[in-house]
Design a protein around this ligand. Structure first.
Ligand code: AMP
Length: 180
């Protein structure tokens, strides 16, 4: 599933995963859970908190392992550039590529207002989808926090990185005829 940050990839993939009984593989969540892992390129945090892409070698290794272990999957947050798209083509076949097309002003509103549960990962929005009690998860009572990279400056950079690196991936799959 492709789309800019804030397009709704996480929300929609979760639904697809439940509906079709496939695994939801989210590179962003896996990296967030391993933010301070030492790699040959430094830690993921150094890239993520600045809104930059984590180096391909790190992300490709994660995806190869997850895809290899899954009996059916929806990939969320990957591929983010053409080199990753080529790596993916070499390790598996895709049935379809979903693209969520959302305007830039809407992306910024969604991301800067997004809050996530620090316990269960459930997603809220201060304006569009508030928790019953401000700051507290409806599902598990965990604390709702803003992601380090959902601040206005980092959001602007993430959208720039999307246009530069990921928008060409959409065109790649459109040309292949796989895009929905
Ligand atoms: P996300 O939750 O998908 O918005 O991802 C959060 C951050 O994780 C991104 O801004 C990147 O720093 C990193 N990340 C996630 N997926 C990838 C990927 N496929 N390639 C490189 N970096 C990634």
């Amino acid at each position: 599933i492709l789309g800019a940050p804030g397009a709704g990839k996480g929300t929609q993939s979760k639904r697809v995963a439940e509906e079709f009984g496939v695994q939801h593989i989210t590179t962003g969540d896996i990296l967030r859970a391993n933010k301070d892992m030492e790699t040959d390129y430094g830690t993921p945090r150094e890239y993520m908190d600045a809104g930059e892409l984590v180096p391909d070698a790190v992300v490709n290794e994660i995806v190869e392992k997850e895809v290899g272990e899954a009996d059916g999957f929806i990939l969320d947050g990957y591929p983010r550039n053409l080199d990753q798209a080529e790596f993916l083509a070499a390790i598996t076949d895709l049935d379809a590529v979903l693209y969520l097309d959302v305007s830039e002003s809407e992306l910024t509103r969604r991301l800067t207002g997004r809050r996530v549960c620090s316990e269960c990962g459930d997603t809220y929005h201060v304006e569009f989808s508030p928790a019953e009690e401000a700051g507290v998860c409806d599902e598990c009572g965990g604390e709702l926090v803003q992601r380090d990279d959902d601040t206005e400056d980092v959001v602007r950079e993430r959208i720039r990185v999307y246009h530069e690196n990921t928008a060409p991936v959409v065109e790649f799959y459109r040309d292949e005829g796989d895009l929905v």
